[in-house]
Design a protein around this ligand. Sequence first.
Ligand SMILES: Nc1ncnc2c1ncn2[C@@H]1O[C@H](COP(=O)(O)OP(=O)(O)OP(=O)(O)O)[C@@H](O)[C@H]1O
Ligand SMILES: O=C(O)C1=C[C@@H](O)[C@@H](O)[C@H](O)C1
Ligand SMILES: [Mg+2]
Length: 178
Amino acid sequence: MNKNIVLIGMPGAGKSTVGVILAKRLGYQFIDTDLLIQSRTGLRLQQIIDSQGLPRFRDIEEQTLIDLDGQNSIIATGGSVIYCPKGMAALATNGIFVYLQVPLIELEQRLADMGQRGLVMHKGQTLAHLYQQRTPLYQKYAQLTQDCTDLNAEQVAGELEAALKRYFCDVVHSPDLM
Ligand SMILES: Nc1ncnc2c1ncn2[C@@H]1O[C@H](COP(=O)(O)OP(=O)(O)OP(=O)(O)O)[C@@H](O)[C@H]1O
Ligand SMILES: O=C(O)C1=C[C@@H](O)[C@@H](O)[C@H](O)C1
Ligand SMILES: [Mg+2]
């Protein structure tokens, strides 16, 4: 089994934080697509969005996903990947999508510094709008959903490790899940 585990979910859901912990537990590589975008451009995410605009940021994100070549990796994506169908298709060729589902109220508490995180949202949009718009997209792509309500990052990683073991065990018995 050399599939990647691709973490998707809202900004602040814990994809990067949980991803590192999970990679250590499973002995996987860890890849963060936001960091790949930064090293590719030499710019911070917020700088790209401010100086080149959202459509250009999304193009760069899509190309980064298409070019990504990982195996046995936990891949923390940016919250906006679900707007990149070609990028999602590229990730799907060798990965399963795991949705980290966090209640809006917990995300609002975590994202006090939202202005500097370079989110793909339009002026006047709130986090609640974004949550409503994106939730069906995360659900559409997810092969596994991890409920993270009231769990710290270590606990999420622990629950996810167990859920992944169950998932891969089921796959062995019914391979059409992959
Ligand atoms: N399960 C958790 N419980 C509480 N706080 C958490 C949890 N997971 C992550 N955090 C905290 O929430 C913040 C955002 O986490 P993180 O950067 O991992 O989110 P992300 O999903 O990678 O977001 P982005 O899409 O912006 O990259 C960090 O301050 C992190 O420490
Ligand atoms: O959810 C979002 O809109 C984003 C989240 C970040 O991880 C980055 O990928 C980018 O800043 C966009
Ligand atoms: Mg992240």
